[in-house]
Design a protein around this ligand. Structure first.
Ligand SMILES: NC(=O)c1ccc[n+]([C@@H]2O[C@H](COP(=O)([O-])OP(=O)(O)OC[C@H]3O[C@@H](n4cnc5c(N)ncnc54)[C@H](O)[C@@H]3O)[C@@H](O)[C@H]2O)c1
Length: 254
């Protein structure tokens, strides 16, 4: 009998930023595919997402982790490995949005954005990769953003954090290839989550201008980003590494 496509039966997936939006949906998608889930986030919603995963018949653990605090990352990964035995899949998804003109920005905001969006993801990769190297297998997906691939108004530092993540992914994939660890990025465009909806509330004109560039003429849904992540962490994507997959409804830039 052929195995079910995208089956993650018995795998253990750690998802950062799993308290809402794309992270929550990814947790549900990998759980439906058979994975047990560890959620790491600062969100108060985390335990309710863990409950949703358990309702699908998988084990789930919610861990309060601030990804800008390195010791918390190493502690959480050690605790997850102790409880579940290993981490097969890391989805580095937690991030903050920073929309401001660079000329009006502050070093405090830049520091926070780079710590959460770039260093936090780098440290999570470092914390999980030892176990993956020992087992000579693993899948890492870093959630970047098209702001890291193209220029857009108000996103200079946020875009730098995501562009840095794309470069990090490409380079880490080279180092980890000998251990059969796939490292890829999913790069969303504009997605119907609290992150984009708060940008819409705070900067309606800017948000409208961005949305006008989407060929599909609508926002993406978290399910559509999670589907790309599910593919990249599955056995079906075994021969894909070091890549960045944009999921953006097509974008027109004049
Ligand atoms: N929504 C979009 O339009 C869009 C576009 C491009 C890329 N992205 C990326 O997709 C990913 C998910 O974003 P989303 O749209 O689901 O946003 P979201 O705001 O719904 O979710 C982000 C999650 O990250 C968590 N988080 C924030 N700071 C954290 C910290 N210091 N430590 C731990 N957790 C923290 C939040 O609590 C939240 O649960 C992010 O990497 C984001 O940059 C989103």
């Amino acid at each position: 009998m052929q195995p079910t496509p995208f089956s993650l039966e018995g795998k253990v997936a750690l998802i950062t930023g799993g308290g809402g939006g794309i992270g929550r949906q990814t947790a549900l998608s990998v759980a439906k595919a058979g994975a047990h889930v560890v959620l790491a986030d600062i969100s108060d919603n985390l335990e309710s997402v863990a409950e949703e995963v358990r309702a699908l018949g998988r084990n789930a653990r919610a861990m309060r982790v601030d990804v800008s605090e390195n010791p918390q990352i190493y502690e959480a990964v050690a605790a997850a490995q102790a409880e579940f035995g290993r981490i097969d899949i890391l989805v580095n998804n937690a991030a903050m949005h920073l929309v401001e003109r660079f000329s009006e920005g502050s070093p405090e905001n830049w520091d926070k954005c780079l710590r959460i969006n770039l260093l936090g993801q780098i440290v999570f990769c470092h914390a999980v990769m030892g176990g993956m190297i020992e087992r000579r297998s693993g899948k890492i997906v870093n959630v970047a953003s098209d702001a890291g691939r193209v220029g857009s108004l108000g996103q200079a530092v946020y875009g730098a954090s995501k562009g840095g993540l794309i470069a990090f992914t490409r380079n880490l994939a080279v180092e980890l290839a000998r251990y059969h660890i796939n490292v890829n990025c999913v790069s969303p465009g504009l997605v119907n989550t609290e992150m984009w909806n708060s940008t819409r509330r705070d900067n309606p004109k800017l948000a409208h201008a961005y949305e006008n560039t989407v060929l599909w003429k609508r926002l993406g849904e978290p399910e559509e980003i999670a589907a790309a992540i599910l593919f990249l962490v599955s056995q079906e994507a075994e021969y894909i590494t070091g890549q960045t997959l944009s999921v953006n409804g097509g974008v027109f830039i004049a």
